[in-house]
Design a protein around this ligand. Structure first.
Ligand SMILES: [Zn+2]
Length: 431
């Protein structure tokens, strides 16, 4: 070919011209095509089709429509109520509105509650729902997650992004200290006041970790009110003598401590924080701890036994009027003096177990309780004795031999056990 073209320059030029012309013609035809076809298409479009296409969310509704949330707000009136507000509009009538919320709890399964607030169906709707938080006994610092679900007459549905709020006691200006997993808030007293309470909290955590192996697994928030009256204003149903209260499932502790009552305050912070640690370590849906163990560990975390309680214990030992360990398993006496002895005994029992059997066995006991074990079974598994066995050994450490029948031992079982000890010491293993 090369040779032919070289030999015929006229033919070569002709071929090149044909090639260039062909290319020009092709590009002209291609370039013209879209323009000639698109122009009549725009003119022929019906008016309705020029509107924005419906978004994929609203399909397959035949008529396009949208739901637009104008505002989502909340108002807290601590501790009485929490108000949720919604303003929403749509180009078709809004027919259904739901508020869904859940309370964030440390250990419990989270339950979502659905509320249908009142409203009149319309294209533009404003609605509110007031939650009577007194019924839920929400503590300060409780965390709530919520979202709104809105439907319109065309069948569209919109769910707002989950929003999170903290039910804070906004009546006060809180100061805050954070150390490890502990957040401490107080609204009266200087920095040193807060620091000393934080130090007490950390000391309690250290003592518990060292002597029982139990540690805080999740965050704890401690709200320190100015005094017990101030605290009572934050509690829905306070007991008369409540100086501090733990809400373990919320990870919240509320205590009334005046700067002039710091020594008591440090003990109470340690006590309530210990309850939270024990709750986190042993939580299970089947069973709880015997009261003497729960309260005993909290008393133990405070440090040495309070002098007044020590006096009650010494007196009960010398008069042989101790409550039985079994009677301290579920609840304490309501009367102040008896409650004092119950707390003192609980401290003594926990100290007895730790001093004689070590911290490893105590942690082991807590782990067994976490599996939902009964009181007797847990002690038998870890220590090889049951509740009455513990009672006998503990009493023997004070030189006491048998358990007398007290007003507290009302069940037939307790009576039978007590008589066994009194009349057949051999059968009770005491002879
Ligand atoms: Zn307690």
């Amino acid at each position: 070919m090369k040779r032919i073209l070289d030999e015929n320059p006229a033919k070569k030029h002709l071929l090149l011209l044909v090639l260039i012309f062909g290319l020009l013609l092709a590009s002209f035809v291609t370039g013209c095509q879209p323009e000639t076809k698109s122009t009549p298409k725009v003119e022929l479009l019906p008016e309705a089709q020029t509107e924005p296409a419906p978004s994929p969310i609203v399909e397959p509704s035949p008529t396009p429509s949208l739901i637009n949330v104008r505002s989502v707000t909340t108002q807290a009136d601590f501790p009485q109520s929490l108000t949720f507000n919604l303003e929403v509009e749509s180009n078709s009538e809004i027919t259904d509105i739901e508020l869904r919320y859940k309370i964030k709890k440390v250990t419990m399964a989270v339950v979502t509650t659905t509320i249908k607030p009142d409203f009149t169906p319309a294209n533009r709707v404003g609605t509110s729902w007031i939650w009577d938080t007194r019924k839920a006994s929400l503590p300060p610092g409780a965390e709530i997650e919520y979202s709104w679900v809105i439907k319109n007459a065309t069948g569209d549905r919109l769910k707002t992004e989950p929003a999170r709020l903290i039910f804070d006691d906004s009546r006060y200006q809180w100061q805050e200290l954070v150390m490890g997993k502990v957040r401490l808030f107080w609204h009266q007293g200087d920095q040193s006041f807060g620091q000393q309470l934080m130090d007490a909290a950390q000391a309690a955590l250290g003592k518990l970790a060292r002597d029982t192996g139990a540690e805080l697994e999740k965050q704890a928030k401690i709200y320190v009110y100015a005094d017990s009256q101030d605290l009572h204003g934050a509690l829905v149903f306070p007991q008369e003598w409540t100086g501090g209260v733990a809400f373990p499932e919320y990870g919240v502790i509320a205590i009334g401590i005046s700067p002039s009552n710091l020594a008591w305050g440090k003990r109470t912070v340690a006590h309530e924080l210990a309850h939270m640690v024990i709750h986190q370590v042993t939580f299970n849906p089947y069973s709880d701890l015997p009261t003497w163990l729960d309260e005993g560990l909290a008393m133990y975390a405070e440090g040495d036994l309070r002098k007044d309680l020590e006096g009650m214990l010494t007196q009960a030992i010398s008069a042989n009027t101790l409550f039985s360990v079994r009677s301290l398993g579920s609840g304490f006496p309501a009367e102040f003096k008896d409650a004092g002895l119950a707390y003192a005994e609980s401290y003594s029992l926990v100290k007895f177990l730790i001093d004689n059997y070590g911290s490893e066995k105590m942690l082991n006991l807590l782990q067994v309780f976490k599996q939902g074990s009964g009181y007797d079974d847990a002690l038998l598994t870890v220590y090889g004795f049951d509740i009455d066995g513990l009672d006998d050994l503990w009493r023997a450490s004070f030189g006491l031999r048998y358990r007398p029948v007290t007003w507290f031992q009302t069940s037939l079982l307790d009576l039978a056990l007590a008589f066994t000890v009194v009349y057949s010491p051999k059968a009770a293993g005491l002879a």
